[in-house]
Design a binder for this molecule. Structure first.
Ligand SMILES: O=P(O)(O)OC[C@H]1O[C@@H](O)[C@H](O)[C@@H](O)[C@@H]1O
Length: 302
């Protein structure tokens, strides 16, 4: 983001933070709490690539994921903005699938709060962080502030989008979260019943009828206006609870055996240990008028 438009320094609340941790190394930020929880975020795409609770990794990261900035990360939490999927028409048509946010090197704005039980870091992205080609593809003046907040048993991600120009723009935004799961064959997802969805596999639309949705094959569904919390259960036991604020939609994705066709997906049967539960605003365009701000967040609880 342009220096003049960056948020002013936010006073850091360090009450009781003697043992918590914030580390910056070359291309990534590491957060940790005195109780052992940690998270790791690359500047590339501001992609969260690790979240550890109770000594266990909670995010799936492909063992073939490319982390050097040359392509989006296969795993963790890539950021989707300003378009979800690939547009064939309209102002986002020139952009690649899922937009540019996951492709850019974000700026570290700093640690914005810290206590013994939580720590937050903010990243910024603006037109000056885009390549000349990306600027041509989407020539709007915008400012993004992305916050990652690690607490003892939850990870919150929050996006603030500002229109800093004189032209209105439309956008989609989504947290493309790859959750690590013990076995997809024992998995169910609840909280979607009664919600309309578009299935990208069968190219059809339907209303979800299942209370506890199993995943037994490729799934790629965009659930619109999901009213409540979505829970991921393993063998009937809740393992993740996903709450959303101002993010009305949820995408459920697992490529199943199609994963073997992705050069950066590994191991080949890794799809058994992942499910993407993606909180976003993607089923319709959101309009942002000049000098207006939009904010949305999601919190994943263990
Ligand atoms: O391979 P990509 O660009 O990271 O996209 C992965 C998947 O992302 C999901 O969000 C989409 O619904 C899928 O259609 C897509 O295949």
């Amino acid at each position: 983001m342009e220096r003049s438009k960056k948020p002013g320094p936010i006073p850091v609340n360090t009450a009781g933070a003697e043992n918590s941790g914030f580390g910056f190394e070359r291309d990534r930020v590491k957060l940790s709490l005195p109780t052992g929880e940690s998270a790791e975020i690359l500047l590339h795409g501001a992609t969260v690539i690790s979240w550890i609770v109770g000594g266990q990794e909670k995010l799936f990261l492909s063992e073939k994921a490319v982390l050097d900035g040359s392509k989006p990360v296969r795993g963790g939490i890539p950021l989707v903005f300003p378009v979800f999927g690939k547009s064939t028409e309209g102002p986002t048509a020139p952009l690649p699938q899922h937009g540019f946010a996951r492709l850019c090197k974000w700026e570290l704005l700093g640690r914005t709060s810290e206590t013994d039980t939580s720590i937050q870091v903010d990243f910024g992205l603006g037109p000056e962080n885009l390549t000349v080609d990306q600027r041509k593809q989407w020539p709007y003046d915008f400012g993004l502030i992305y916050s990652v907040n690690l607490s003892k048993s939850s990870l919150e991600t929050k996006m603030l989008i500002r229109n800093e120009g004189s032209e209105t723009f439309v956008f989609n935004v989504l947290f493309h979260t790859y959750l690590r799961i013990p076995d997809v064959n024992n998995l169910t997802i609840s909280g979607l019943k009664g919600t309309s969805y578009k299935c990208k596999v069968t190219k059809s639309e339907a209303v979800e009828e299942t209370e506890e949705l199993p995943v037994g094959s490729e799934v790629d569904r965009v659930y619109a206006n999901v009213p409540s919390t979505v829970q991921v259960k393993s063998g009937g036991d809740p393992i993740f609870k996903v709450d959303r604020t101002n993010l009305e939609d949820v995408v459920v994705w697992n490529p199943w055996e199609g994963a073997s066709k992705m050069a950066d997906f590994g191991p080949e049967d890794g799809y058994k240990n992942m499910i993407c539960i993606e909180a976003g605003a993607v089923s319709k365009w959101h309009t942002l008028e000049p000098q207006s701000v939009w904010e949305g967040s999601t919190i994943i609880n263990i």
